[in-house]
Design a protein around this ligand. Structure first.
Ligand code: CO
Length: 417
């Protein structure tokens, strides 16, 4: 599967997990359920939590030395549709009530085709059942206000989400326009069975290559689906190893990871504990294996911006198509240290992947990522990396065309080591 197809089939975390599950199944991975008793022997497996986080792992034939984990995140900033969302606007239109999910560049959601995807939970004989839904057509627009009605529009604007970011959904009367009815009709669900839904807007713009030599790409959700894809392709191509290869993708990085399926949850710890238990690993042997384990936390990085070079550190200037970015932070918002980066650099050297460095300029506080959160739960040597990109958290982000390949090479080698 190509990167663009992966992103197009993954309008949000639920679909990213679904897309991965299909790819993994095709490649011979066995799906496990957290509720079942696991039968694990050497082989390939995956398990999901909340339909929105996924851990795939490969158990080697002989006794394994530890875990080789690549962690990334399935979610991107978006707008979540509130319950009972339809609102009348001037007796002529129906718009939808939404709230922010994560910290996006709000202006990038105006004036472009949007649609809705997520999951609908329906009544079933023994409990409830989840159905993924995606209205695969242009369905909404959030229209800007004309410049004539706001002459200061280009002089900095503070957005009122509750007023300005409500997507236009339909013309006419409210009684005729119900989003859930449309979703049920188009997705073959009986509306009377619907109990609730988690629905998010997504940008319909297709990914493109651009630039004089098509050296750049632009797409929704590059943060972090570009890394998710690189890690997935790596584990799919990996050769047998002395370590358990683990492709871990967590939801909710954009809202702090503190959910039952986020990087701060027990998901990864539980999976590691169950693998050790099923393979009769003693407490001491488990500690030995953890000490010999390694994690690559892969979340996209800020590249040097052509119009804002002053926002980049004076000596560490990662660029698009410059390869894998190692992220450093003295206060350990990024987990990288000299030992973990040295390990990664050796893999990059061996595979021919390019490598560059990112550090925040000292007076600009940076973001953090899932590496430090996950490694506080599952402690092991970890390096924070990403692929270089621009316009992070825009609804349409820019990156280099060549960099994805470097991450695939590195994760394949890491999983095969
Ligand atoms: Co990210």
């Amino acid at each position: 599967m190509e990167l663009f197809d992966f992103i197009k089939s993954s309008p949000n975390a639920y679909f990213a997990v679904d897309t991965m599950a299909k790819e993994l199944k095709t490649a011979g991975f066995t799906r496990l359920d957290e509720k079942d008793s696991w039968k694990i022997k050497p082989g390939k497996y995956f398990v999901t939590r909340d339909d929105s986080s996924l851990i795939a792992f490969v158990i080697p034939k002989k006794d394994f030395k530890g875990f080789h984990i690549v962690a990334s995140h399935s979610d991107s900033p978006s707008f979540k549709i509130k319950p009972d969302p339809e609102m009348k606007a001037g007796d002529a239109y129906i718009k939808l009530n939404v709230e922010k999910y994560g910290g996006m560049i709000i202006s990038t959601w105006f004036d472009r085709p949007l649609s809705v995807a997520g999951r609908v939970v329906v009544d079933a004989k023994d409990g409830v059942q989840t159905k993924l839904v995606n209205i695969d057509r242009d369905l909404f627009i959030i229209p800007s206000l004309a410049i004539h009605m706001d002459r200061t529009a280009n002089e900095g604007h503070k957005y009122e989400v509750q007023k300005e970011l409500l997507p236009l959904f339909a013309g006419g009367e409210k009684k005729d326009a119900k989003l859930i009815s449309l979703i049920c009709k188009e997705c073959g669900i009986k509306e009377k069975d619907v109990l609730d839904a988690d629905l998010f807007l997504y940008n319909r713009m297709a990914p493109v290559s651009f630039g004089m030599n098509n050296e750049f790409i632009a797409s929704p959700r590059l943060d972090d689906l570009q890394c998710v894809y690189g890690s997935l392709e790596g584990i799919l191509a990996a050769k047998p190893s002395d370590y358990v290869a683990v492709h871990a993708v967590f939801n909710n990085e954009e809202v702090g990871s503190e959910t039952k399926q986020g990087a701060a949850s027990s998901f990864l710890t539980d999976v590691i504990a169950r693998i050790c238990e099923k393979l009769s690993v003693s407490v001491e042997d488990r500690a030995r294996k953890m000490a010999d384990s390694f994690m690559i936390s892969a979340d996209n990085a800020h590249a040097l911006h052509p119009n804002y070079s002053e926002k980049t550190d004076p000596t560490n200037k990662p660029v698009l198509n410059g390869g894998i970015v190692i992220k450093y932070n003295a206060n350990q918002k990024y987990t990288t240290d000299a030992v973990s980066s040295a390990f990664l650099r050796k893999i990059c050297k061996k595979t021919g992947a390019k490598v560059q460095e990112y550090v925040n300029p000292s007076d600009i506080p940076g973001g953090s990522t899932l590496g430090s959160i996950a490694t506080a739960r599952v402690s092991m040597n970890t390096v924070d990396i990403g692929l270089p990109q621009l316009a992070m958290h825009s609804s349409y982000e820019t990156a280099g065309r060549e960099d994805t390949e470097d991450l695939i090479k590195v994760s394949k080698e890491f999983f095969s080591k």
